[in-house]
Design a protein around this ligand. Structure first.
Ligand SMILES: NC(=O)c1ccc[n+]([C@@H]2O[C@H](COP(=O)([O-])OP(=O)(O)OC[C@H]3O[C@@H](n4cnc5c(N)ncnc54)[C@H](OP(=O)(O)O)[C@@H]3O)[C@@H](O)[C@H]2O)c1
Length: 288
């Protein structure tokens, strides 16, 4: 990857004002790691997630370590009103957004028929709608100032064929990749970079929340990346103006394989692997 030079990454705008980064899902994993990367590079932070106490702890730690401001904005992004409420609060605080990391997310174990519609609706709101809405609202502030950095955390799963269980996950992540590509084209030449970051297995709370930790633990260490490395690569990719970035050589090889293998073979391979790490039932439910 073409690395952005540290000198190119100024945390100050032309008026000498410190730039502000809004990071969703900042209470753990990749989002918390992004908070560290942006703070280390001199950006003020606005941290969003549901667990307010965790966000305050992270904000305090980063304020002590770096000469930045860090604000906490608790929100449940599966609620349709959350995006507008976040930007209304930012307007009250007079904090324009220069960088946005759409990262909040989770899995939804089980097949389509295993969850009530409300669970699927909330999942789409969190994993799809909130990403687009926050990018839409941030872009309105970025265009007039001629600067913006948007990272949409997608997944390697956005490239691989879907398997049974977690029905909407691959679909949501494919959407995020295509959305990022389209948005990057629209803002080309306006000082705004949009990057879809597509990690593979990453150490975080994700698989604990999904109840799949015991399954994914079978995968060897070389298949895994730290959240810190994933976030660092995402930061460098957006600063360098890269539209899609897959961190890790193994993950890039998997993506390339899937692209060039015949569809039926790729589907068969995914099916056999996914049985090892996907829950096609809800936890504690018999397989149906
Ligand atoms: N870990 C992996 O292997 C992996 C691989 C590829 C892509 N990803 C993607 O990476 C992103 C971050 O996941 P992670 O691995 O860092 O998992 P994680 O440690 O579980 O973090 C998920 C974050 O999302 C927040 N979140 C979940 N539901 C939310 C809601 N309704 N409203 C607001 N915030 C919410 C959580 O905060 P609260 O619970 O405090 O709300 C938490 O901060 C996700 O989009 C995931 O799909 C992960």
């Amino acid at each position: 990857m073409q690395h952005a030079q540290a000198s190119e990454i100024s945390p100050f705008d032309t008026q000498g004002r410190r730039r502000n980064a809004l990071i969703t899902g900042a209470s753990s994993g990749i989002g918390e790691a992004f908070a560290q990367v942006f703070a280390r590079n001199g950006f003020n932070l606005v941290l969003v997630a549901r667990r307010e106490a965790r966000l305050h702890k992270i904000a305090e730690t980063l304020k002590q370590a770096y000469p930045i401001e860090a604000h906490v904005l608790p929100a449940d992004l599966s609620r349709p009103e959350a995006g507008a409420a976040i930007f209304a609060q930012l307007a009250q605080w007079d904090i324009p957004i220069d960088a946005l990391v759409n990262n909040a997310g989770r899995g939804l174990p089980g097949k389509l028929r295993h969850s009530p519609w409300s669970a699927h609706r909330d999942f789409i709101e969190l994993m799809v709608t909130s990403y687009v809405q926050l990018a839409y609202l941030a872009e309105q502030q970025m265009i007039p100032r001629g600067y913006g950095r948007i990272i949409n955390v997608a997944s390697l799963a956005g490239f691989t064929p879907p398997a049974a269980g977690h029905t909407l996950y691959n679909a949501a992540k494919s959407f995020i990749i295509k959305f990022s590509e389209a948005h990057a084209e629209e803002v080309r030449g306006k000082g705004i970079h949009v990057t879809a970051l597509c990690p593979g297995f990453t150490w975080s709370e994700f698989h604990d929340v999904s109840g799949t930790r015991h399954l994914v633990s079978q995968y060897p260490d070389y298949m895994w990346m730290s959240a810190a490395e994933v976030a660092q690569q995402g930061f460098e990719a957006v600063m360098a103006g890269k539209t899609v970035h897959i961190p890790g050589r193994i993950n890039r090889t998997i993506a390339r394989l899937v692209k060039y293998l015949p569809d039926r073979l790729a589907r068969w391979l995914t099916r056999s692997q996914a049985q090892k790490y996907r829950l096609s039932t809800r936890p504690n439910k018999p397989n149906q």
